[in-house]
Ligand binder design. Sequence first.
Ligand SMILES: C[S@@+](CC[C@H](N)C(=O)[O-])C[C@H]1O[C@@H](n2cnc3c(N)ncnc32)[C@H](O)[C@@H]1O
Length: 377
Amino acid sequence: MTPSNPPCDVYTLGAVLHELCVGRPPRGAGALTPARGPSPPRLPDALVAVIERTLRHRPDERFASAADLAEALDDVAADLRWRTGPPRVARYLDELFAARPTAPLAARRAGASRAAPGSACSARPARSGGARRAERRGRRAAAPRFTAAGRARDSRAMATDPDLDPDDVPSPIDLRDPDTARAWLADAELRRPFRPAVRARIAEEVKARGATRVLELGGGPGLLAEAVVAATGAAYTLVDFSPPMLAMARQRAPTARGVLRDLRDPGWVEGLGRFDAAVTMQAVHELRHKRRAPRLYAQVHGLLEPGAVFVVCDHTPSDARPLYMTAEEQHAALGAAGFVDVTTVMTVDSLYVITAARPAGAATGRAAGQPSLAPTP
Ligand SMILES: C[S@@+](CC[C@H](N)C(=O)[O-])C[C@H]1O[C@@H](n2cnc3c(N)ncnc32)[C@H](O)[C@@H]1O
């Protein structure tokens, strides 16, 4: 078996990406310009930069891993406000390859002697070089391209969430779509093989405090619920805005209570009850702008008993953008919401785990966003 070779794999992925975007394989390292023929389709500069980096001649200049490449592509999609996912990708590939000649080579070779419809037996009339060039031009025109018009069509298909503010970063995928939710789960565990270790650490932090009522924000398919319930036996409430994610969570953690809520909705806390631990993993950035985190944390603070722990896990940003928060920004937001003993307890790859406590002995009351006694749907 060939040992794994990430730079080589990244190059191969880049070559596939090049062909999918440009319609032909790369010619020479980093070449997005064909050696002959028409100029390449107009691709967004950010996407060109990613593809070129995958195809660099020197392996150490390429992305270090397929996960880094995937992250860079996610960033491009988010920056361009593209919304994508398996169903849209499948549609795009259908279009791309439907426009290519797909007949088997032998059949195409035989085409010259195939009977024309309606004639008893006639060879196809020989075409002039001009006619062949015109046919090739026609085929090229039919192929989908990243032209301005193509992008307009794509951006209609990739409509952004109407609940977003103009400075929010739209998600490139719709986690409320069942196929996308399933694909996200498969991809997340492959892309970040250390996620189980992170979940184990979060469960350990909850167990160490003897928590018996645990709240999870953006719990998705229930992997963290499963780990925390197994470690603690706690009563578990998992909030998420995606019905297919909640359905997966029900299967994985059947004792957990799944609650369909949007964390950007100011009233998401209504009727949830009180908790002695809250946890969240790779979900705070789903608020689509880090300025929303302090209000979320104030709401969580209002749901927690004095002395309760809040465990936050999310991504370190790769650059200064409004989506992801650094660990330092998390510390500041948690402190501003009234949490104390804010500590980064784990960092693995791009994920950090931070613990914070609601001060012991603090008066409970209707603080920011604390629930009324309305029943939970
Ligand atoms: C990246 S996934 C992480 C899932 C889970 N925490 C894990 O690590 O396995 C983010 C989750 O947050 C949920 N989510 C995104 N935006 C949300 C919102 N505004 N309100 C509630 N849940 C949201 C998604 O449906 C998804 O399940």
